[in-house]
Design a protein around this ligand. Structure first.
Ligand code: QAP
Ligand code: CO
Length: 177
């Protein structure tokens, strides 16, 4: 198992549209394990392959309290949406920022599980929001895209500055001693 590097907004690679997965094999399952490890260690409740620079339609989610309900979605498609709900969202690719986003309240999603078996799930609450958030990633979309340009730019500038400071520190760790 290995922890994967998570891309941060405004990295352009987060704008890549992920491709369908044609074969679900052992190599893919090993990668899925790495995605779960990366998500749990972060810690997070959802991670899309796009966020770890793998541009295939794959995402992992666990919204349970005990972190013992791993869900893996391959080629997810929302087949039904109902109602409207506003929830505060965060994202491992936008660390430290949380904002309200409006989405469908209840959804039905079809996907393949990690064995390549098709399944259908109808759900609401946090899981429904998380599924919509992660599918957005696979289409190159981020929750900050739903905010005003002013808010989005403020977040972008702060993250760019943080990234720059991190890079400078890595280049010369003694500078801040
Ligand atoms: C998506 O997000 C989500 O800023 C998953 O510093 C989130 O796991 C969908 C995280 C909320 C619906 C509601 C964010 C961790 C984790 C941060 C996450 C951070 C550390 C975000
Ligand atoms: Co996210």
């Amino acid at each position: 198992m290995a922890k994967l590097e998570i891309l941060h907004f405004p990295d352009k690679r987060l704008r890549t549209k992920a491709r369908e997965i044609n074969t679900v094999d052992e190599a893919l399952r090993l990668f899925i394990d790495d995605m779960f490890e990366t998500m749990y260690e972060a810690p997070g409740i959802g991670l899309a392959a796009t966020q770890v620079n793998f541009h295939k339609r794959l995402m992992v989610i666990d919204v349970s309290e005990e972190k013992d309900e791993p869900l893996c979605f391959i080629n997810p498609v929302i087949t039904h949406k109902e109602g409207v709900e506003v929830m505060q969202e965060g994202c491992l690719s936008v660390p430290g920022f949380y904002e309200d986003v409006e989405r469908a309240e209840n959804i039905t999603v079809t996907a393949l599980d990690k064995h390549g078996e098709p399944f259908e799930l109808t759900t609401g609450d946090l899981l429904a929001v998380c599924i919509q958030h992660e599918i957005d990633h696979l289409d190159g979309k981020l929750f900050v895209d739903y905010l005003s340009p002013l808010k989005r730019n403020r977040i972008r500038k702060k993250l760019e500055r943080m990234e720059k400071e991190l890079a400078a520190q890595n280049a010369n760790p003694a500078s801040t001693l």
